[in-house]
Design a protein around this ligand. Sequence first.
Ligand SMILES: Nc1nc2c(ncn2[C@@H]2O[C@H](COP(=O)(O)OP(=O)(O)O)[C@@H](O)[C@H]2O)c(=O)[nH]1
Ligand SMILES: Nc1ncnc2c1ncn2[C@@H]1O[C@H](COP(=O)(O)OP(=O)(O)O)[C@@H](O)[C@H]1O
Length: 220
Amino acid sequence: MDSPSPVSPIQSPALRRRGLMFILSSPSGAGKTTLSRMLLEQDPEIKLSVSVTTRPPRPGEVDGVHYHFRSDAEFDAMVEEDDFYEWAHVFGYRYGTPKGIIRAALKEGQDFLFDIDWQGTQQLYQKDQQDVVRVFILPPSIEELHRRLRSRATDSEEVIQSRMERARAEISHWDGYDYVVINDDVQQCFGKVREVLDAERMKRQRQTGLIPFVRELMAG
Ligand SMILES: Nc1nc2c(ncn2[C@@H]2O[C@H](COP(=O)(O)OP(=O)(O)O)[C@@H](O)[C@H]2O)c(=O)[nH]1
Ligand SMILES: Nc1ncnc2c1ncn2[C@@H]1O[C@H](COP(=O)(O)OP(=O)(O)O)[C@@H](O)[C@H]1O
């Protein structure tokens, strides 16, 4: 990866704002994991919301870092306990966003990154419209998507075929997103994702505390 560009100084002691829920979705293989990792490496102000899944870990994946890997019975117990913000079936496994610390942390201004599919995006948006920012990543073409899934070399040809079929279905949900970014050159795409995040952080509606000199001006 090229040398990281500096993080723009969004947070200022004079400004207080609610945290946001930054959702990156894409058809499988379009690059959301790659982009999420870049964002987490380069932006200390955003934390990954680590999902719970019943799918087995891929080589290199660490429990508690990439996912919380749980058995079917453990997942059932969490559903019973109402521990999820949302959950969905994807590729024969279950995936869910644990409520955990998210609600309280948003109030304190912590931003969270979500790598979830369109079903989870819809559910999160229904629960919390004001904090959710929905970004959809598209590959430059279907052929390129296929090539990337093959080059990742983590799945059998059968699984790749089912991901390709599902990709078509996922792309049909692109109208449920606020922003669409094409991942052709990864650095350019990442730059655009960062621009969206920066602009969303500055939205006036998110500010919860008046800047001192604005407060003084308004007080006359
Ligand atoms: N609804 C929902 N979807 C999730 C969650 N975590 C991951 N996913 C989605 O599940 C799908 C499969 O993820 P994964 O097995 O890591 O494979 P990937 O397609 O290479 O990202 C992706 O579309 C993720 O966005 C979650 O907590 N909730
Ligand atoms: N812009 C890009 N150009 C070429 N290859 C890419 C690009 N973005 C991601 N990749 C590669 O494509 C494969 C799928 O990317 P990944 O981030 O795992 O996708 P997703 O999480 O959406 O399934 C990986 O091997 C990744 O290195």
